[in-house]
Ligand binder design. Structure first.
Ligand SMILES: [Zn+2]
Length: 62
């Protein structure tokens, strides 16, 4: 049962960025990030990037 705790700590952050406007978002759920990305890409026909950020690692850039 102790080992199960590891899974609940494996939470990343998903960063959605649009390359063609100011749209940007941070999501804790991958499914949410994907749906937000797809919705914006479909609605605006913009190029999007979805990055997974591991919060256990320090970010070297702001
Ligand atoms: Zn956009």
């Amino acid at each position: 049962m102790v080992a199960m705790r590891q899974f609940t700590r494996m939470v990343g952050v998903f960063h959605v960025v649009c390359h063609e406007c100011a749209f940007e978002g941070l999501y804790e759920r991958h499914a949410t990030a994907v749906s937000e990305r797809d919705e914006h890409a479909r609605a605006c026909d913009h190029r999007m990037t979805l990055l997974e950020i591991d919060r256990s690692k320090p970010l070297s850039r702001a």
